[in-house]
Design a protein around this ligand. Structure first.
Ligand SMILES: [Zn+2]
Length: 291
């Protein structure tokens, strides 16, 4: 049984029109990156502007593929039994994702709330109706990681005893820059992580271009979990060394990446260790969400 801990259904951020008839991912820079096992020989850290623009455009085309049918199809092809689906409010809501997942036990919806809505009511409704965790995307939601709202949100959320997935990693998603990428700096989450030591916090993409920062947080805080999307084998192995076999979790970020690539890296990282493979690809996330 394989569980993908990081996927999305429809995520219509500005510039993205859902297009379920698109079934093949783009084959430009992101594909080259996937094929190289997320190793990048060309630059260190964040991409230079021309590459960033290309990746942002490619990312938007890939996001337009996000639909339940397309997700279930890729899961079948890659041998994935279940997937955690992450809405990002206000672009997609817990309610929409709950509706799409109804009657489909293979899909596990998380909640997402936005400070501009009646977030306390939204959170309560989402959790009462079957959401199994909470997604926060500081960049797309334009919420500074130090904002008092996040402390209030996690204070309200902790009673559910479920995990929180943060997007981590600096990236500007739009072709003309909109300037919020620094909200993705994983180091800026440390006060929040320290304030809720009993709340499992999953760092999505493990800090993306700066995984050493996410690893440092895992070293310092027992409640930090590292999710593997976009990370090369070397980093996933290092994550296992630093955080241990119980705190590394396979995720792909489909439709932004084909799960085949992150799965291949998980398989290499686990080697012949069946227990480790099972933990990374299902047991760790299942134990956090409960079942
Ligand atoms: Zn994502």
């Amino acid at each position: 049984m394989i569980v993908d801990a990081h996927t999305h259904l429809e995520l219509p951020i500005p510039g993205v029109t859902p297009d379920p008839s698109r079934r093949r991912p783009t084959h430009m820079l992101m594909w080259a990156y996937e094929v190289m096992g997320f190793r990048n020989p060309l630059w260190r850290g964040e991409p230079p502007e021309p590459a960033r623009v290309l990746i942002a455009a490619e990312n938007q085309l890939r996001l337009s593929m996000g639909s339940k049918e397309n997700l279930l199809r890729i899961m079948d092809r890659r041998g994935i039994s279940r997937a955690v689906v992450l809405p990002i409010a206000p672009y997609s809501t817990s309610l929409q994702y709950l509706e799409k997942c109804r009657g489909e036990p293979r899909l596990i919806p998380f909640a997402s709330v936005h400070p501009q809505g009646d977030w306390e009511k939204d959170l309560e409704y989402a959790m009462a109706n079957g959401c199994r965790g909470l997604k926060i995307h500081p960049i797309l939601q334009r919420i500074p990681p130090e904002s008092p709202f996040l402390f209030d949100l996690l204070e309200a959320f902790k009673r559910y005893r479920k995990p929180v997935v943060f997007h981590t990693g600096e990236f500007d998603y739009f072709v003309p820059r909109d300037g919020y990428s620094s909200y993705g700096d994983v180091r800026r989450l440390e006060k929040l992580i320290a304030a809720f030591p009993d709340l499992p916090i999953i760092l999505g993409h493990m800090g993306l271009y700066y995984p050493e920062r996410a690893l440092e947080l895992a070293r310092r805080h027992e409640n930090v979990y590292l999710e593997t999307s976009f990370q090369p084998l070397r980093v996933v192995k290092e994550a296992l060394r630093v955080a241990g076999r119980e705190r590394v979790i396979f995720g792909s970020d489909w439709p932004e990446s084909d799960p085949a690539f992150a799965l291949r890296i998980a398989r290499k990282a686990a080697g012949d260790d069946v227990d480790l493979w099972e933990r990374i690809t299902s047991r760790n996330i299942l134990s956090l969400i409960g079942g």
